[in-house]
Design a binder for this molecule. Structure first.
Ligand SMILES: Nc1ncnc2c1ncn2[C@@H]1O[C@H](COP(=O)(O)OP(=O)(O)OP(=O)(O)O)[C@@H](O)[C@H]1O
Ligand SMILES: Cc1cn([C@H]2C[C@H](O)[C@@H](COP(=O)(O)O)O2)c(=O)[nH]c1=O
Length: 212
């Protein structure tokens, strides 16, 4: 059985981390090797991205210039994510280890594109990267996402709020996801992310087990 490259996508607060952790634990219980491998990564470019998202880095006044810079950085981080010899996706799959990533190039289209020129630009930056075996889109209404992010922020008031976690941006991101998945040719599964944690986990496991 070939190892799977599985992507979880969705707006901030949709439950990607929660579901990724549960799917990883499911694989472990089944005696299958699996790794959680999020984007942005914890590699050098990923750490730079985190600084930028927390507003600590660039002094762009123009939002489009900021997004173009982020598009380059995310593509560079994705190359590292896929091909770094230590724990890159390619080497994990070669070791028969499933890879569960929260976010992939879909997020670059969703978050870093505002014009048709942006879509073409992000397409060029990511065109050489492989499609995953399956992308699971956790579809959550923006209002519910904002509530969850607020609740999470109250519980972990140490974690800085990131620049994209606000209504107007997440509304635009949600619309971009609709466009992406209306045309995506690969294996894709859209799930209602407002389901309970356990219901959503079971739906994901059912989808993945169809592929094993
Ligand atoms: N199905 C669910 N029902 C209710 N709350 C949930 C559900 N899934 C996750 N949550 C809660 O919502 C918040 C966001 O979840 P999580 O961190 O998994 O989302 P995320 O998509 O990884 O977010 P981000 O993209 O911001 O990292 C957390 O506080 C989590 O406990
Ligand atoms: C991969 C990727 C991510 N982003 C944005 C989306 C999020 O707001 C942040 C951090 O991601 P997290 O899941 O909240 O940890 O990064 C992006 O703009 N473009 C991308 O390609």
């Amino acid at each position: 059985m070939a190892a799977l490259f599985i992507v979880l996508e969705g707006i901030d607060g949709s439950g990607k981390t929660t579901q990724g952790d549960l799917l990883w634990a499911h694989f472990q219980r089944q005696g299958m090797a699996a790794v959680l491998s999020p984007e942005p990564t914890n590699g050098p470019v990923g750490r730079l991205i985190r600084q930028a998202l927390q507003g600590d880095l660039f002094a762009y006044n123009d939002a489009q210039q900021f997004e173009a810079q982020m598009g380059y950085l995310f593509a560079a981080d994705r190359h590292y994510h896929l091909y770094n010899p230590g724990d890159g996706v390619e080497s994990q799959l070669a070791r028969q280890c499933h890879v569960i990533t929260t976010r992939y190039y879909f997020s670059s289209f969703a978050y870093n594109c505002h014009t048709e020129a942006d879509w073409e630009f992000v397409q060029r930056l990511n065109q050489s990267f492989p499609h995953p075996d399956c992308v699971i889109y956790l579809d959550l209404p923006v209002d519910l996402a904002l509530k969850r992010l607020g609740d999470r922020q109250q519980r972990n008031d140490q974690s800085p709020r990131e620049c994209y976690e606000q209504r107007e941006k997440l509304t635009s991101v949600h619309q971009n996801y609709e466009r992406i998945f209306a045309h995506y040719p690969g294996q894709c599964c859209r799930l209602d992310a407002s389901l309970s944690v356990e219901q959503l986990h079971q739906a994901i496991v059912t989808k993945i087990e169809e592929m094993l």
